[in-house]
Design a protein around this ligand. Structure first.
Ligand code: AMP
Ligand code: MG
Length: 336
């Protein structure tokens, strides 16, 4: 299949592809999404094929206006309305009881559906011109999510109908996922909207255990996506916990020609080992924004081992930690 790369101005052509049951990679503020008409089960099934995504991992439905939600959910509780008013359009996905209009392919057989209204103007225009769009990240399943059009081309060229080039994504990690099908609501995946912001808006929000810890044997994932090894480059990623000095000493002592460090800007003057920069130590939003691109760069350069700081878990740092710990297969080394 030939994959067309379209300019933002050609969104009308992309909408025609969607209406024909085709697949279009679209920019969003979080990461690039791989979109199909959410109400067309056959089109949605093609997303799973193109990505190699396990069929039991449900998709997020993207809408352009709050009014579109009525046809998609059975219930829209007051807390969900509050969150929508406060954070949409934006990087927040809400899980709600699904209506009968949602094909099983979208919800992977669950009785809930994930809904988000993206902030990206091109994504919303595409939805307006076509339909609510089911869209996971536009990467091959298991590899780091795409935050530039080049990442999408690397993974999806020849596998999908079209890609809209919308430049680089500004958040850089996937949306925050909260379920309102449970009370109190529960945070299933951290992202650009923080746990602190959610609690400030609606009060109690439980942090699901799978955000920080591996699932125990036999434990069911509240969010099926959390059970897969995810966001992982080919290199072996290891998180290091300890002081800045211990970190720098350790990595400098492990320069074997096949090892690199994902570091903070502040580390640079002290490093003698190859490095890729995540951002400033206290700027979690910047780290989130660079995370997937530097993981891909580490692979392009062929590093076997990648050491990085164990991120802090406050604000957007929680999203960085959640992705890093999965990229590392939950491997944290304590430095003394
Ligand atoms: P992706 O679109 O690849 O970023 O993945 C979407 C995430 O939302 C995955 O972790 C899914 O498992 C999760 N998700 C989507 N729909 C539901 C749902 N109905 N219930 C729980 N988690 C969901
Ligand atoms: Mg994904």
């Amino acid at each position: 299949m030939k994959t067309e790369v379209l300019r933002k101005e050609e969104v009308g052509r992309a909408a025609a592809v969607i209406k024909n049951g085709g697949l279009v990679a679209m920019p969003t503020e979080t990461v690039y999404g791989l979109a199909a008409d959410a109400l067309n089960g056959q089109a949605v099934a093609r997303i799973f094929q193109a990505k190699g995504r396990p069929m039991d991992n449900p998709l997020i439905v993207h809408i352009a206006e709050l009014s579109q939600i009525e046809a998609l959910v059975r219930a829209f509780p007051p807390k969900a309305r509050l969150l929508a008013e406060r954070f949409w359009p934006g990087p927040l996905t809400m899980i709600l009881p699904k209506s009968d209009n949602i094909p099983d392919e979208v919800s992977a057989g669950l009785d809930t559906v994930a809904i988000r209204c993206p902030a990206d103007a091109t994504a919303r225009e595409l939805i307006r011109l076509s339909a609510p769009l089911a869209a996971p990240s536009a990467n091959l399943s298991g590899s780091p999510s795409p935050t530039t059009v080049q990442h999408v081309i690397q993974d999806m060229d020849g596998r999908i109908d079209a890609i809209i080039d919308g430049g680089d994504c500004c958040v850089g990690v996937e949306s925050t996922v909260i379920t309102l099908a449970a009370d109190p609501p529960r945070l299933l995946r951290p992202g650009g909207i923080t746990l602190e912001q959610l609690r400030e808006a609606i009060g109690e929000v439980i942090l699901d255990e799978a955000v920080l810890h591996p699932l125990k044997n036999g434990q069911q994932a509240a969010s099926p996506g959390m059970k897969y090894k995810h966001y992982a480059p080919k290199a072996n990623v290891i998180l290091l916990e300890g002081s800045e000095k211990a970190f720098r000493d350790f990595v400098n002592a492990h320069d074997d020609g096949q090892t690199a460090v994902l570091c903070y800007e502040e580390d640079i003057p002290y490093l003698t080992v190859p490095y890729l920069v995540l951002g400033k130590a206290e700027d979690y939003a910047e780290q989130a924004n660079h995370l997937f691109a530097v993981l891909r760069q580490a692979d392009e350069k062929g590093y076997q081992t990648v050491y990085t700081h164990c991120p802090r878990t406050e604000g957007v740092g929680l999203a960085v930690y959640n992705r890093m710990i999965r990229a590392a297969g939950f491997e944290v080394m304590k430095l003394v």
